[in-house]
Design a protein around this ligand. Structure first.
Ligand code: IVH
Length: 678
């Protein structure tokens, strides 16, 4: 879109006025959307406002202001983060682990204030498990954001923090605050973390271990465009410096911060006396599992600010606040065995088989040890006692060895445990891979991937059937699927004539899925479902794509050097070229599907909660988006449907409260199949 599509004012004065009006309007809607979860306008209307502002700024570049909503992402890489000194030390909190220690804290507070016989008013807040940051505003404009660092000095990560939509680039008109510093916690919401990891797995990138690690790795990334793509969020919890306004209590500060347009946690409460605080903490023990962010405890703060001054701080912690830590979701177990799995690309993954332990409601019996580097770093072998951690819906992790009971480190075999071929580490890759592309383990998984919903969607070809087909030697490659004959299939146990015919019909139908799905189905490294769609939008057929050079691939907006290299490698492999040729001869359509899906969900907003049986979150989201709908992470007044899976979270309550239409997986499926909304 360019200025021609809008009436960009001719005179600079008018343009300046219009730009400022648009910025105000965008800021208002940003707040409604990102902070209050209660948008007033459609995404399209919002996009139009931004585009109009962009058109003005394009015509009059010197009208661009640093707080303009168009300035969130800069594309220059950061060489090195500069060190900045904090306005006042960023202290940490002292920890307590039980109720008596909290009572002891309360006693010290009352004693320090000479108020032995009075109840103290406390503010009780979730302790967000992320990264502490400081945000500095001058004359309402966001100037600088930094990490905690050593408490005295941190790193200037302003460009990265500007990409976080819940950090306002300008404070609202309603607040008295102008020049001020705030402290808060940057974190990654659970659901978006899960989705991001699913995407990473899909693209054969290593998943992050937990939301905290992901947030930590992101905040200090040197490329703000990468940061902008990661789902970072923030809760602000302290007003640490202000030149305007006078506040008597921490609670008042929190209210003012909300007014200023900052994101303050909704679950902050005031309590009289420590016993009420303890009761609240107990009530919260279960509730915290339902939150869309991880907390590692509760923070208890004296409300009155004059009391903060009286109580003061030690060199490390304030005396007016304390953290209560919930019992950790970590337990020790013993490694009974280590299995070696062979993946779709031949990657050997060591999996620890554990003495079963109960961790946050589930029994954990297996944990990935990732690769050889990880085995070495953890110095781990069969028989060792280990600390196991599980947070939220995340894959269990082995934190460390707590008691070394074995000799040495587990060694990955140099031969593939499935086919006996050499297993090698090539170049500087951390993974050891079986080099035999015909290895049954690889073939099975390649075929499994080919048949998944996002690819050819052949429902009748589940893992069990594939296993049999491969074991009986009927299928050695993807094209073999299209050469199957009924007489061969019925030979496989328990496959009756009718089921065999159904299967063949389904396979036949799958030939018409088109280029994007074929590309996804190949399981090319870094080419997940999103990238396959990008490729199919840019190429009409596989022939066009197959002979593209690295350089021409890089010209496509979303393709980076790793993806380009991976594609070139895939298409230069003679076996892959043969496979493509065979598939073409067998009638598999590898042209891009130009007609778009019916947009029957245009403008409809969906929220998912709980696990779905038949779809991953990204598959379900893709279906919604493909038909013109939108998926958001939390329920608000404009949500049209909440899709409820197994073990739904608190979003279900939100939906009931909002009167949102709640549908289950069956209804969702029917809606997509029948292209009709209930
Ligand atoms: S108050 C001096 N409030 O926990 C006051 N901190 O060990 C310290 N944190 O460095 C900050 N949620 O990064 C406070 N509601 C909350 C918090 C919180 C998380 C982090 C913060 C701090 C660490 C304390």
């Amino acid at each position: 879109m360019s200025e021609d599509d809008f009436d960009v004012p001719r005179s600079k004065e008018q343009a300046e006025k219009k730009a400022e009006e648009l910025r105000e309007e965008i800021r208002y809607h940003d707040r409604k959307y990102y902070i209050e979860n209660n948008p007033e306008i459609s995404d399209h209307e919002y996009d139009m406002l931004v585009k109009e502002l962009e058109a003005i700024e394009e015509k009059f570049p010197d009208l661009i202001t640093e707080d303009s909503p168009t300035q969130r992402v800069i594309s220059a890489e950061i060489d090195e983060f500069e060190t900045v000194e904090h306005m006042s030390a960023m202290l940490s909190l002292d920890n307590t682990f039980n109720h008596d220690e909290l009572r002891e804290f309360d006693r010290r507070v009352r004693e320090g204030l000479g108020k032995e016989s009075e109840d103290i008013e406390y503010v009780v807040e979730p302790k967000i498990d992320g990264l502490g940051v400081a945000l500095y505003y001058d004359d309402k404009v966001f100037q600088r954001g930094s990490t905690r660092g050593d408490g005295e000095r941190g790193e200037d990560i302003t460009p990265n923090l500007k990409t976080v939509h819940t950090i306002p680039l300008k404070l609202t008109d309603e607040t008295v605050l102008k020049t001020a510093e705030f402290r808060g916690e940057v974190y990654m919401p659970r659901d978006e973390f899960d989705e991001m990891n699913e995407r990473r797995l899909d693209e054969e990138k290593d998943p992050f271990a937990n939301p905290r690690n992901a947030a930590a790795g992101t905040v200090r990334n040197k490329d703000p465009t990468v940061v902008a793509e990661r789902p970072l969020d923030i809760f602000v919890y302290t007003l640490s410096y202000n030149e305007e306004g006078e506040f008597k209590t921490h609670w008042e500060c929190l209210q003012e911060m909300k007014k200023a347009g900052l994101k303050v946690n909704k679950n902050i409460v005031k309590k009289e006396g420590i016993e009420d605080v303890i009761e609240h903490i107990e009530d919260w023990e279960d509730e915290k599992e339902e939150l869309n962010y991880e907390i590692d405890g509760i923070v208890v703060k004296v409300n009155r600010l004059d009391y903060h001054d009286i109580l003061g701080a030690t060199s490390k912690h304030p005396r007016w606040a304390i953290a209560y830590k919930y019992p950790a979701m970590r337990k020790t177990s013993t490694i009974k065995d280590i299995e070696v799995q062979v993946g779709r690309t031949g990657k050997l993954t060591p999996i620890a088989i554990l003495e079963p332990v109960q961790l946050s409601g589930t029994v954990v019996e297996r944990a990935s040890l990732h690769n050889e580097d990880e085995l070495e770093r953890k110095n781990v072998n069969v028989g060792d006692k280990v600390l196991v951690e599980k947070a939220g819906e995340i894959i269990p992790q082995i934190v460390k060895v707590t008691e070394k009971k074995s000799e040495g480190i587990f060694q990955l075999p140099e031969k593939c445990p499935v086919c006996g071929s050499d297993a090698k580490r090539i170049g500087d890759e951390v993974a050891r891979r079986c080099i035999n592309a015909k290895c049954p383990a690889q073939v099975k998984q390649k075929i499994e991937h080919w048949t998944t919903r996002g690819a050819m969607d052949i429902e009748g070809l589940g893992p069990k059937v594939i296993e049999k087909l491969v074991e009986h030697g009927l299928v050695k490659s993807i094209p073999d699927l299209y050469r199957l004959e009924k007489s061969e299939i019925v030979k496989i146990e328990r496959m009756a004539e009718k089921s065999a015919q159904n299967l063949l019909d389904e396979i036949e139908e799958s030939k018409d899925q088109g280029l994007a799905r074929v590309l996804y189905g190949f399981g090319i490294r870094y080419v997940g479902s999103h990238m396959s769609n990008v490729l199919a939008e840019n190429y009409e057929s596989i022939e066009q794509l197959m002979d593209e050079s690295h350089e021409s691939l890089l010209k496509i907006d979303e393709i980076g050097p790793e993806t380009a290299e991976s594609l070139v490698q895939f298409f230069s492999d003679q076996q892959n070229r043969k496979m493509i040729e065979d598939l073409k001869e067998l009638g598999v359509n590898m042209e891009s599907e130009r007609e778009t899906a019916e947009q029957f969900l245009e403008g409809k907003r969906f929220v998912f909660t709980g696990a779905l049986d038949d779809y991953t979150r990204s598959e379900a989201s893709e279906l919604v988006e493909k038909h013109g709908g939108r998926v958001t992470s939390s329920v608000s007044g404009v949500t049209d449907y909440l899709v409820k899976g197994e073990n739904p979270g608190s979003k279900l309550d939100d939906a009931k409260e909002e009167g949102t239409k709640i549908i289950d997986e069956e209804e969702f499926k029917r809606m997509i199949e029948e292209k009709e909304t209930p």
